[in-house]
Ligand binder design. Structure first.
Ligand SMILES: [Zn+2]
Length: 215
């Protein structure tokens, strides 16, 4: 599936692009697309006034871009909660169906769903669910790849991206788990994390899209 402009806006927001510049490399990792396709889409978003760009630093959402991404992510995440809590999807399975449902969900349906779910404020991947008309603020969190060996961390939020989630399921990494970083291989090699129960080597690419709390 080729990501559309809304997927880009959502990803930029999920990476913290409401508050800081996001570089193309992070977008390439998050969407599993080529650097050329990212540059092409970024120029479109710039022309439409949805993002602003500074050379060498990357892109940031404008208020229009933020409002549009927030409204869509709200619907996406409400459906995720529904699918996980009521239809027993696992966290790597929800993405594709939530992706379809978000585009056919009216504000009324989203509001009813929200009430039915008892006003959840987080999705199964740890992302914030805004109230209607509210902007998303994920808060300042850094990715696993930015911390030195020895740091104790808790998995706080991961990107809602199918390939990443399948990978996390395959290495048995789950949200809210706590670990210590025990090794970081050179040249963006794997980052090894460990707790009482397991030791896991996380690819650098994945580690740069997993947001953690420092303990
Ligand atoms: Zn989610």
């Amino acid at each position: 599936m080729t990501p559309n402009r809304e997927d880009y806006l959502k990803l930029i927001l999920e990476l913290g692009g409401d508050q800081k510049k996001i570089n193309n490399k992070q977008i390439v990792s998050g969407l599993a697309v080529s650097a050329a396709s990212v540059s092409e889409m970024i120029s479109k978003l710039l022309k439409e006034g949805l993002v602003e760009h500074s050379p060498y630093q990357g892109v940031q959402l404008t208020s229009t871009g933020l409002a549009s991404a927030s409204a869509l992510i709200r619907k996406h995440r409400l459906w995720e909660v529904f699918l996980v809590e009521h239809l027993h999807y696992s966290w790597n399975e929800v993405h594709d169906d939530a992706e379809v449902l978000e585009h056919v969900t009216s504000e009324t349906l989203a509001a009813r769903l929200e009430t039915y779910l008892d006003n959840p404020r987080f999705c199964p991947h740890g992302g914030m669910i805004p109230e209607q008309g509210q902007m998303i603020h994920e808060g300042e969190k850094n990715t696993m790849s930015t911390f030195p060996v020895g740091t104790k961390i808790r998995i706080a939020r991961v990107l809602d991206e199918r390939e990443l989630l399948d990978y996390l399921v395959s290495i048995d990494l789950n949200i809210h788990e706590e670990y210590q970083i025990i090794d970081a291989a050179a040249y963006e090699g794997p980052i090894t994390i460990k707790n009482d129960k397991k030791e896991i080597a996380v690819s650098y690419k994945a580690a740069s899209t997993i947001f953690v709390d420092k303990l």
